[in-house]
Design a protein around this ligand. Structure first.
Ligand code: TYD
Length: 149
């Protein structure tokens, strides 16, 4: 059974909308297939897909927040961790199976860390790339996030 988002309307400025999602696995002797479908598994239209690979194990990816963007991150191969921070609360998630994804709502600072050798990360995003949606500076992000409450 698909895990549906329990928070279809994301509330900016709260780590709480970050959710681990479980995707259906269609497994048979030929192998496995998982599906992420808008309206069923996620509540946004996917406008952009990107993926991370060739990652040094000690690398840190992400290290930014988004004003509006919603994303789901999936470890397609290997594993890594994602730390999330909404300016008030911090969380940490392990992604170690392609059957699971982390939904990250707006106004959440995220770091992707502790990549296993050969790990591949897939990101499904609600908007096309827009640098003006980014907070690249943590102090600026925290000020903005705290001002939301
Ligand atoms: P960056 O934001 O640093 O990656 P991450 O936060 O996931 O570690 O992006 C790396 C480079 O790729 C940077 O030059 C911007 C570019 N980029 C795009 O052109 N389009 C995209 O959709 C993304 C995510 C990045």
């Amino acid at each position: 059974m698909s895990a549906r988002l329990s928070h279809p309307g994301t509330e900016p400025g709260r780590v709480e909308p970050c959710r681990l999602l479980e995707f259906d696995e269609h497994a048979d002797p030929r192998g496995s297939l998982s599906v992420v479908e808008t309206g069923k598994d996620i509540d946004f239209e996917i406008k952009r897909v990107y993926y991370l690979y060739g990652l040094p194990v000690a690398t840190v990816r992400g290290a930014h927040g988004h004003r509006c963007l919603r994303q789901v991150v999936i470890a397609l191969h290997g594993q890594f961790e994602i730390t999330v921070d909404d300016g008030h609360t911090r969380g940490r998630y392990l992604l170690d199976t392609p059957r699971r994804g982390l939904f990250i709502g707006p106004m959440t600072w995220r770091n992707l860390i502790n990549f296993s050798p050969g790990a591949v990360g897939l990101v499904l995003a609600s908007e096309i790339y827009d640098e003006s949606d980014y907070y690249r500076n943590y102090d600026e992000f925290v000020l903005a996030a705290r001002a939301l409450r």
